[in-house]
Design a protein around this ligand. Structure first.
Ligand SMILES: Cc1cc2nc3c(=O)[nH]c(=O)nc-3n(C[C@H](O)[C@H](O)[C@H](O)COP(=O)(O)OP(=O)(O)OC[C@H]3O[C@@H](n4cnc5c(N)ncnc54)[C@H](O)[C@@H]3O)c2cc1C
Length: 375
């Protein structure tokens, strides 16, 4: 029986471990519970189709990731996981300029040609927008896409870990270091114990550079800090059905069940990985932009601020595959600002790589070499 260790239990590692646990491999999942885990802080928008990014390789992954949710959540439900945190509530992409709205509609129509999961596409006037999301400011028009969704990253990760456990995976809390011998990764060291494996699947997000340095590898993963605010709104009992809001700025707004609103986030570069502070400047930015978008949030109760590090690889394009020069080591990283969208799908592909199966997408565009600097 193949022994496989997954290091890191964010959305990516949890998905890899879950998919591996459905095979006959012996699976161990290890997580250090670092403060600043991206999956813990993520907003949860699943709506890649309206993005203006021109990189086709990125779009292919994001599209495949969004599509995969239907299959994954159905499978998890069938395995007894009731709370996947996923809800297809649709999205409102806002603008005040009717010309921009028309361009957005055209883009969405074009993308629907090979992504029918986008669902219905509708242009909404001001009053229709405020009917669907009553806290929003006046003056916004929107393109509504019905197939967009929101997901609670913590809930989905926990559902996948719980299903993996039920399927026999072992889950360990601790900081793993890679064990190597003669060009091969042989397993990990964790909590003073040596665990051997045929394959190690590294999903350590922003912390992966540190883990690979002892192997003489310059793995170029950078990160961007995000602070995101959770508010409790009184008197909005049906908020769980409200659509995700994507304004023309770099911010967003989501409503969850029980009148919870999530507003954010900051995009901070050049900070220390240990800097998980909630800052005055960060909150000023989120509140200033958030209240201009939705003045109705002013009455919200400050419940929590979450902080996470979005991991990026060069060109803002994720990498996935075997790590060159080392046997027994597979990784994926660089999920950036769309990791909840792509993570479950990429995790399933990591599992296929570790089991020697064919992947659903050709992965050459995402070769790990692209994130390795000169030694
Ligand atoms: C504020 C914010 C908002 C976001 N909003 C969205 C969104 O709306 N939609 C979307 O699609 N994406 C969103 N994202 C992006 C998404 O959250 C990330 O891309 C994704 O969660 C990255 O997942 P990951 O598993 O690679 O990393 P992480 O979730 O960071 O997981 C890495 C894990 O590795 C563990 N680890 C590290 N080193 C070790 C070690 N040595 N031993 C053991 N364990 C280790 C860590 O503890 C951690 O649990 C957002 C991110 C942020 C921060």
């Amino acid at each position: 029986m193949k022994k496989i260790i997954v290091v890191g239990s964010g959305i990516l590692g949890a998905s890899a471990a879950y998919h591996l646990s459905r095979s006959d491999a012996e699976v161990t999942l290890i997580d250090a519970i670092h403060p600043g885990r991206a999956t813990d802080a993520a907003a949860g928008i699943i709506c890649p189709w309206l993005s203006q990014r021109r990189n086709q390789a990125w779009y292919r992954l994001a599209k495949a990731g969004a599509r995969y949710y239907a299959e994954l959540t159905e499978q998890l439900h069938a395995e007894g996981e009731k709370h996947t945190g996923y809800a297809r509530v649709g999205a409102l992409s806002l603008h005040t300029d009717p010309v921009k709205i028309e361009q957005m509609r055209e883009r969405a129509e074009k993308r629907r040609e090979d992504a029918p999961e986008i669902g219905e596409i509708q242009v909404l006037g001001e009053s229709q927008v405020r009917e669907l999301f009553p806290l929003l400011n006046e003056g916004y028009l929107a393109v509504r896409v019905s197939g967009a969704a929101r997901v609670d990253g913590r809930a989905l990760r926990d559902a996948m870990v719980s299903a993996a456990r039920r399927n026999g995976a072992k889950v360990i809390e601790g900081e793993a270091a890679l064990n190597v011998a003669e060009g091969r990764v042989t397993g990990v060291q964790v909590n003073g114990e040596r665990l051997d494996a045929d394959e190690v699947v590294l999903c350590a997000g922003a912390w992966s550079g540190e883990l690979l340095r002892p192997l003489g590898l310059d793995f170029q993963v950078t990160y961007q800090k995000g602070q995101i605010l959770h508010l409790g709104m009184r008197g909005q009992p049906d908020s769980g059905a409200w659509p995700v809001v994507i304004p023309p700025t770099d911010q967003y707004l989501l409503a969850f069940d029980d009148a919870k609103m999530v507003v954010g986030a900051t995009h901070e570069n050049g900070v220390e990985l240990a800097d998980v502070r909630v800052t005055a400047g960060g909150m000023h930015e989120v509140l200033e932009k958030g209240l201009a978008l939705a003045p109705g949030l002013a009455d919200g109760e400050l419940e929590e601020v979450r902080v996470g590090f979005r991991p990026f690889t060069p060109g803002f394009l994720p990498v996935i595959g075997r790590v060159p020069g080392w046997e027994g080591l597979i990784t994926a990283n660089g999920l950036g600002a769309s990791g909840l969208t792509m993570g479950p799908f990429l995790g399933s592909q990591l599992a296929k790589l570790a089991l020697g199966l064919e992947t659903n997408l050709p992965l050459e565009d995402y070769a790990v070499e692209k994130a390795l600097g000169e030694k």
